[in-house]
Design a protein around this ligand. Sequence first.
Ligand code: CA
Length: 296
Amino acid sequence: MTKKSDNKRPRASTARRGRFRASIVALVMVAAAAVIFLIISLLHYEPANQPNAIANGNNQSTRDARAQQVSYEVVSSYPHDPTSFTQGLVWHDGTLYESTGLKGESKLRRLEFPSGRVLKEINLASEFFGEGLALVDGRLIQLTWQSHKGFVYDLNTFRQLQEFAYDTEGWGLTYDGKNLILSDGSSDLFYLDPQTFKPIRKLAVTMNGKPISELNELEFIDGEIWANVWQTDLIVRINPSTGRVASFLNLKGILAPSDKTGREDVLNGIAYDAERKRIFVTGKLWPRIFEIRVTK
Ligand SMILES: [Ca+2]
């Protein structure tokens, strides 16, 4: 009996342990189901007033807002006067026009293409440091750096037709077919009336969501403003409506070691042959002008 009782106790205890285990298993299963339900709910969670389409759209625009580097190839290169401190470059009707800087050395030049031979030039008064250059209806417009004074010349004779004043420093200049666009070394571009030179509007330029300053030589190319960024090998391509840099070129290494004279200054100078869609770039005191093509 004792033995039986002894035998029963263990049997009763085993049954209780079995029920206990079943309860634990059930509890664990319920908890697991709750956790799985919670995870699934979290995966499908959408904040109020922010449907997936908008959330995804925001992510997309953030990605798209980053400026993309585009690649280029050198189509050809041509001689460039290595004493020319290039500040402005313009293509017109088979020749290049160049504005050069440094006080006492500043010039306006017409260059034969492709030889680079100087066909015509005038010297600026020694107090002026030549800067950006643009062509508007048979008139060349030239900026000076810190004199707040610009000059207007007849395209053919280089006869000075007019002077004009502006408030900012003068760095780069281009013409979009309607207005002049001026850079002053900041991250802003200034639109000017090409007849009165009165300011029309200011365009704040940003790259990857931040202002990009030191904008220098300019060229209007197929609806975009291309700009050298001073002391870099970059040319940024600016959307004139938004001021956003959508893409950029990095021209590091374009001047081969064998072409270097040891006196070169920074990359500066962009000209566009709209008829044949050719882009020319050079630098201050560079011995070559490069014709480049975007390959991307
Ligand atoms: Ca230019």
